[in-house]
Design a protein around this ligand. Structure first.
Ligand code: RIB
Length: 274
């Protein structure tokens, strides 16, 4: 099917631009699209399926030439029947929608290995719910594999990415109660790593002396705070470029791959070594 550029507008649907991972991503997407003469409409969908469907219906009603999405809401039927070119970033969709993601499995290996190399064994991993089919689940699989390979017991603690800041704080406090003797946490995103660091402080624990932390995302903010967070860097700018490329190819009727996996890196900060 050949799609034509009609409106010069692209719809972006993301969970929340208040998370710097999505904030940076939307920033780069807008930049790339603007370079190529497109403007954007942003739907900030949060965990609200109704709101996301509302945005989607509006966008599908012929008001944009294509969609780039990083939804946290799965199972929204309209995506399946979309007549528009769609590209997903960091989200597995249930149809033939191409996905651009970073190498989440490798990221999980790098993070876990980093903590094991620091000489600790009681390492907890926090991740979103497995019901949400995010590539983040691959970080979890990798963590569990490395732990098992070293004869260590994996402990994954579920904290929904979509919770509010206050709700997450409560969940992380529970984590500290459940695992009072944990030595390290591999947290599945940078925002939550920040929450862990503030809770540790409230509880009189020093990072890294009492607790090691490795985050995930590599957002600029977290790489520049004190102490600097050790984290897995997703190539956010590159992910945006590839997503725009794939979308524009689809708009012009050119065939594309269905999966683009970009490399990750470990950012060595100050929270992963005693
Ligand atoms: O910070 C948001 C998280 O949700 C990121 O790690 C991203 O990769 C996602 O899955």
């Amino acid at each position: 099917q050949l799609f034509k550029q009609k409106t010069g507008l692209i719809g972006l649907i993301f969970p929340t631009v208040s998370n710097p991972f999505f904030g940076e991503l939307v920033n780069y997407l807008e930049y790339e699209l603007y370079q190529r003469d497109f403007k954007v409409i942003i739907g900030n969908s949060l965990q609200d399926t109704h709101k996301e469907t509302d945005y989607l219906n509006q966008l599908l009603a012929g008001q944009v030439d294509g969609l780039i999405l990083g939804t946290h809401n799965q199972g929204i039927a309209e995506y399946k029947y979309s007549h528009l070119p769609v590209v997903a970033i960091d989200r597995v969709m249930n149809s033939d929608i191409p996905i651009v993601e970073s190498d989440n499995y490798k990221g999980g290996i790098l993070a876990t290995q980093r903590l094991i190399n620091a000489g600790v064994t009681r390492i907890i991993h926090t991740n979103g719910p497995s019901s949400l089919e995010t590539p983040a689940q691959r970080r979890r699989t990798a963590y569990e594999k490395v732990m098992t390979d070293y004869g260590l017991e994996p402990h994954t603690f579920t904290i929904d990415f979509r919770l509010s800041f206050a709700e997450k704080k409560q969940r992380y406090n529970e984590l500290f109660e459940i695992y009072p003797d944990m030595e390290a946490i591999f947290v599945s995103n940078d925002v939550d790593a920040g929450i862990v660091m503030s809770i540790a402080k409230e509880r009189g624990q020093n990072i890294p002396a009492d607790l090691l932390v490795v985050g995930y995302d590599g957002t600029e903010l977290m790489r520049n705070m004190v102490p600097e967070l050790t984290t897995i860097v997703q190539p956010i700018e590159e992910m945006a470029k590839v997503a725009v490329d794939v979308l524009l190819k689809r708009i012009s009727g050119t065939k594309t791959e269905l999966e683009y996996i970009l490399p990750v890196d470990l950012w060595e900060g100050e929270t992963s070594n005693r």
